[in-house]
Design a protein around this ligand. Structure first.
Ligand code: UDP
Ligand code: MG
Length: 325
């Protein structure tokens, strides 16, 4: 029995699949075909496919517009510019009508065929079924290594555990979706927000293939910003780092003062010490700048939160009913 309100015996449950897309014209034809086949393999469910075009500059919107015109299950939300994948997913969650919602990359690295297994676990009563990568042949050494480091750091700092080797590919029941919809924050780290929500969560292992076509839309700069959002949105421990650094510096200063007094009173070589002075000045300067920087990151986040701008701007909708969404 699903934990979400059951749609009754006559209507099969509706599953919303949310796919954020940035310049994905090369893969979308195949993605639509694979989704269609997946839906055909699940006669016990109805589907809607919510594509969020996150400011693509290629033919993505045209392909999706055409798909929405011929297939009533396809819905398109086109952003006025690129707002980022996490925001695109959030917009999809906002408009999804399903009893369960699946988040999926459009590049087929999250295989649509796995959705059937996710739905089965949901029907057994799990509220979140998150896909965990049992193999990552597609990712190089660097990506795997940095990913491991990132999850080690975030799980030390964060107040909620965040499963490693897990992306956003997951199924969520309606109650979890409603929790997410009540989280208005700007700097969004969806997988952490889902962990925070709680409920019954379980992992589903799958093999993550390579991107079907096209290039990654996550250059290093975006990856770092994403990692910073993950850590800074789920922990204030970095702020407490300055206390630790301050204690260490104060301890060293005490030692230095003892040494200086000793030299001054009991020896005659007390004018020297330029090296020690420089070291102390440089060390303290560095520590203070680091702490200011950490403080600044949080202040900047507070600033962008209090502006209360809308999370995204929609330029076009297709496949929506009149007055909806
Ligand atoms: N994406 C997006 N907006 C962005 C970056 C990415 O909507 O600013 C989408 C992208 O089209 C894809 C998914 O997010 O469907 C994951 O991106 P990608 O496959 O490039 O990331 P990777 O798998 O390389 O980490
Ligand atoms: Mg990908």
């Amino acid at each position: 029995m699903p934990a979400s309100p059951s749609p009754g015996p006559s209507a099969p449950p509706l599953i919303s699949v949310i796919l954020p897309c940035l310049d994905e014209e090369e893969v979308l034809g195949e993605t639509l075909a694979r989704l269609d086949r997946m839906a055909a393999d699940q006669p016990g469910c109805r589907f809607e496919f919510v594509f969020v075009d996150d400011g693509s500059r290629d033919g993505t919107a045209a392909i999706l517009r055409a798909a929405a015109a011929r297939d009533p299950r396809v819905r398109l939300l086109r952003f006025a510019r690129n707002f980022g994948q996490q925001i695109a997913v959030s917009a999809g969650i906002e408009v999804a009508r399903g009893d369960a919602v699946v988040l999926m990359d459009a590049d087929l690295q999250d295989p649509p065929e796995v959705v059937g297994e996710m739905v089965a676990l949901w029907r057994q009563g799990f509220d979140v079924v998150y896909g965990t990568r049992s193999a990552r042949p597609a990712d190089g050494m660097v990506k795997r290594g940095t990913a491991r480091l990132f999850y080690a750091v975030i799980n030390r700092l964060s107040e909620v555990p965040i499963p490693s080797d897990t992306g956003d590919f997951r199924l969520m029941s309606r109650p979890v979706v409603e929790v997410l919809r009540r989280m208005p924050e700007r700097h969004r780290f969806i997988r952490g927000m889902v962990s925070w929500a709680g409920f019954r969560q379980t992992a589903l292992h799958y093999e993550r293939p390579e991107r079907f076509a096209g290039r990654t839309k996550y250059p290093l700069r975006k990856m770092l910003a994403f990692a910073a959002d993950g850590i800074l949105s789920f922990s204030i421990r970095p702020l407490q780092l300055s206390i630790a650094l301050g204690l260490v510096a104060a301890g060293l200063a005490l030692l230095g003062i003892g040494y200086a007094l000793f030299m001054r009173i009991f020896t005659s070589i007390w004018v020297e010490g330029w090296t020690a002075l420089m070291l102390a000045v440089l060390f303290m300067g560095g520590v203070q700048l680091l702490c200011l920087g950490i403080l600044g990151e949080y202040v900047g986040r507070i600033y962008s939160e209090v502006k209360r701008r809308p999370l995204y701007v929609v330029a076009e909708r297709a496949g929506f009913d009149e007055g909806e969404g």
